[in-house]
Design a protein around this ligand. Structure first.
Ligand SMILES: [Zn+2]
Ligand SMILES: [Zn+2]
Length: 165
């Protein structure tokens, strides 16, 4: 997603951008929609600009417990500095982006790519109390209930135990 220096100089507030998922090289991630929404505000600061905004997108994930596909919504907020001040850039602050005066535009593709990957969790659950699948019959216990639990405790040994008592 490219921003022109002239746009930044003019400044904008809560502007909406549509970023095609395909433009960000996000291999291995599945999205609910092919468009990532970006809301962005820009202001001039000495030797550069600040960009404040947020992304809105949903991963399409399979639950680790019940294997159902579900929508995993993310709205990461961010603040970036675009600057020609090389001292700031050496500060190793990842949110500072070099923007020398000779550049007429800036591509935020790589920055957004990283933001989105940071949002990808290691574990995917459709909900924190997902009941998962029955180990015996494989039924999804979130929408159904099966009789396996009672059957599995009702083993011949239980019967024996009852007889001994
Ligand atoms: Zn689940
Ligand atoms: Zn079962």
């Amino acid at each position: 997603m490219k921003l022109l220096r002239s746009e930044l100089v003019a400044g904008f507030s809560d502007k909406l951008f549509e970023i095609p998922v395909s433009s960000l090289n996000l291999k291995g991630l599945e999205f609910r929609k092919e468009i990532i929404m970006c809301r962005l505000s820009s202001e001039s600061i000495p030797k550069g600009f600040t960009l404040k905004g947020s992304l809105a997108f949903s991963f399409l994930k399979s639950c680790d417990r019940c294997l159902e596909k579900f929508e995993d919504v993310h709205n990461p907020a961010f603040k970036l500095w675009l600057t020609s001040n090389m001292d700031l850039i050496k500060d190793e602050n990842i949110d500072v982006i070099p923007f020398p005066n000779t550049m007429s535009d800036i591509d935020l593709k790589n920055v957004f790519h990283d933001f989105i990957f940071l949002e990808d969790p290691l574990k995917y659950l459709c909900s924190n109390d997902c009941k998962g699948l029955c180990h015996h019959c494989g039924l999804n216990l979130n929408n159904n209930s099966c009789n396996c639990v009672t059957i599995s405790t009702d083993t011949p040994f239980d019967m024996l135990e009852n007889m001994v008592r």
